[in-house]
Design a protein around this ligand. Structure first.
Ligand code: NAG
Ligand code: NAG
Length: 547
């Protein structure tokens, strides 16, 4: 009887999913993977004390998404929290489909007790990424997990298949609840220094990676923290860098790697040392007090536990970090998602048609701490911008509400949107006059990090650009009192979030939306609004299909 019921509900669920799937035009030529996720609160102990965490199907971190280039991902999210919830997908480009991006400016939150089915496609992508809850300070409570996009079988990968593929989601952690952290920011204050770091949701030696002597393993490491850059290293082992956010790199060896907020790296590590256990170390970078945590690399034939202090790493030194960043380059002959080599796209031969300069700042507005881009501190509209645009609801945003050069007047609030032309090829310069490291992420695109250096960017800085073999990625750091320049092809129509990956900064206004626009109204350029799109704010009661 019980089995019958379960079977029955399964059939209904499958049918519902199938209908949703067909009506939303998931790409039928490619395989689909189905996920059902229940979002709940539950007890977690990342730093050894009990805290309320955000769990997905009871798990913290959440379930892995493992897929292959072009797969459809159909993810039904049931929100059992007592507040609205939304998931975003760091690094998934959502080609023609910013509807699925899962940030406040594109997608209505899933109300408590409701569900929403995301229909994504890993279109033309490979590599290592992660998903995370995008509203408020939810990210400080968990709800994140890894995304691996494997190459299709016929596409060559520039290294032999590893004996194992490990995920490391690491970052800073606070013992304070996400509600309390949000309250601190809402009251106009900065967050306290983090209480510690975690590796895959655990504290000191709380997680073990078991390896076989002589074998080579892939480690995919993402910084899922909200406040600080980290340094990653494995005691006694060097790491061969092979991938950065979907780019295959020159396979250089590193003894430690700086990973800024929101960034993801893949390294190969060979278990070629005497059989014992070794520390896997993560420490905070560019902080005056250094936080450290460890996991364990355990050789299967080892009887010797880790002991003594873990190996130290770089702390506040910036020059070595900049040097390392410049050494991370594209392997021009390796393939990535497509069979042709990465280097067959000559990004350095294209002249950008527009230069956007973005300066971050930390102004006080009405006596409260805020963050701003070109003096505009972002505040959400009453309706997701993508929906306001689609339904032509006036007064939500103005597509020219943020200047594309620094404006050094008083900072002000706006629901800032910058208009840009579909198919333009642009240059963006991130100019950082603050004394902290910035981490900038752009949804919907990968971009080429053509240069970074200290001081003021000027047109003459272009003479030092790497126009040959820099990596293409989706998150870049900007060092203190320095600049970073990127090239980006606007080949993806939509409303795309450009944000600080430091969550205090993001939450208090260091973000805006890039509206990549074409007047064409063609399904070739952008998918229609999903039939199942949630409607909220002034889009409530509208229809996702004409009657
Ligand atoms: C999911 O939400 C839809 C409305 O968006 C609703 O019709 C459906 O019943 C919900 N499914 C479950 C299992 O709650
Ligand atoms: C670049 O990729 C090729 C595969 O196309 C590989 O054989 C080669 O070793 C790689 N070169 C470096 C320097 O990593």
């Amino acid at each position: 009887m019980r089995e019958c019921k379960i079977l029955h509900s399964l059939i209904i669920r499958t049918c519902v999913v199938l209908v949703v799937f067909l009506m939303n035009g998931a790409n039928a030529d490619n395989p689909s993977r189905f996920y059902t996720w229940k979002i709940t609160y539950g007890d977690i102990y990342p730093l050894g004390v009990k805290q309320q965490g955000i769990l997905i199907n009871g798990q913290f971190p959440g379930p892995h998404i493992d897929c292959v280039t072009n797969d459809n991902l159909i993810i039904s999210v049931y929100n059992y929290l007592n507040e609205p919830f939304l998931i975003s997908w760091n690094g998934i480009q959502h080609r023609k489909n910013s509807w699925q991006d899962g940030v406040q400016g594109t997608t209505c939150p899933i109300p408590p007790g409701k569900n929403f089915t995301y229909i994504l496609q890993a279109k033309d992508q490979i590599g290592s990424y992660f998903y995370f809850p995008s509203l408020g300070l939810h990210k400080a409570a968990g709800g994140f997990g890894s995304i691996k996009i494997y190459s299709r079988p016929q596409i060559p990968v520039p290294f032999p298949p590893p004996a194992g593929d490990f995920t490391i989601l690491a970052g800073d952690w606070f013992k304070t609840s996400h509600q309390q952290l949000r309250y601190i920011l809402d009251s106009g204050h900065s967050l306290p220094f983090p209480d510690g770091l975690h590796i895959n949701g655990r504290g000191w030696n709380g997680y073990t990676f078991t390896v076989e002597q002589g074998e080579t393993y892939r480690f995919r490491i993402s910084n899922v923290g909200i406040a600080t850059s980290i340094n990653f290293r494995i005691q006694g082992h060097s790491m061969k860098l092979v991938e950065v956010e979907g780019s295959h790199t020159l396979q250089n060896y590193y003894t430690s790697l700086d990973i800024h907020l929101g960034q993801s790296y893949s390294v190969l590590v060979t278990a070629n040392q005497p059989a014992k256990d070794y520390y896997v170390v993560v420490s905070s970078r560019f902080t005056s007090r250094v936080l450290t945590t460890t996991a364990v690399l355990h050789y299967k034939n080892s009887f010797i536990r880790v002991s003594g202090p873990p190996p130290g790493g770089p702390t506040i030194d910036i020059v070595s970090s900049l040097g390392q960043a410049r050494s991370i380059r594209w392997n021009l002959t390796a393939s990535a998602p497509r069979p042709n080599p990465q280097g067959s796209y000559h990004y350095g031969m294209i002249n950008p048609s527009r230069t956007i300069i973005l300066a971050n700042s930390a102004p006080y507005i009405n006596g409260k701490l805020r963050y701003a881009v070109n003096s505009v501190s972002y505040v959400p509209g009453d309706t997701p911008l993508k929906l306001a645009d689609y339904f032509k609801i006036g007064g939500v945003f103005n597509p020219w509400s943020i200047p594309d050069k620094p404006y050094y007047g008083n900072a002000y609030f706006a629901t800032s949107v910058m208009n840009a032309d579909y198919r333009a090829f642009i240059e963006i310069v991130f100019q950082n006059w603050e004394n902290t490291v910035q981490s900038w992420h752009i949804d919907g695109f990968n971009f080429f990090v053509v240069g970074m250096d200290g001081g003021q960017w000027t047109p003459a800085s272009r003479s030092k650009y790497n126009l040959r073999d820099t990596v293409s990625r989706c998150t870049t750091q900007v060092y203190p009192r320095s600049w970073t320049a990127i090239y980006m092809a606007l080949d993806n129509v939509g409303m795309w979030n450009i944000r600080s990956e430091n969550w205090e900064r993001q939450y208090l206004g260091q973000q805006f939306y890039l509206r990549v626009y074409t007047p064409s109204n063609s399904l070739r350029d952008e998918y229609p609004i999903p039939k199942n799109a949630l409607l909220c704010g002034r889009a409530s009661g509208r229809h996702t299909r004409p009657h």
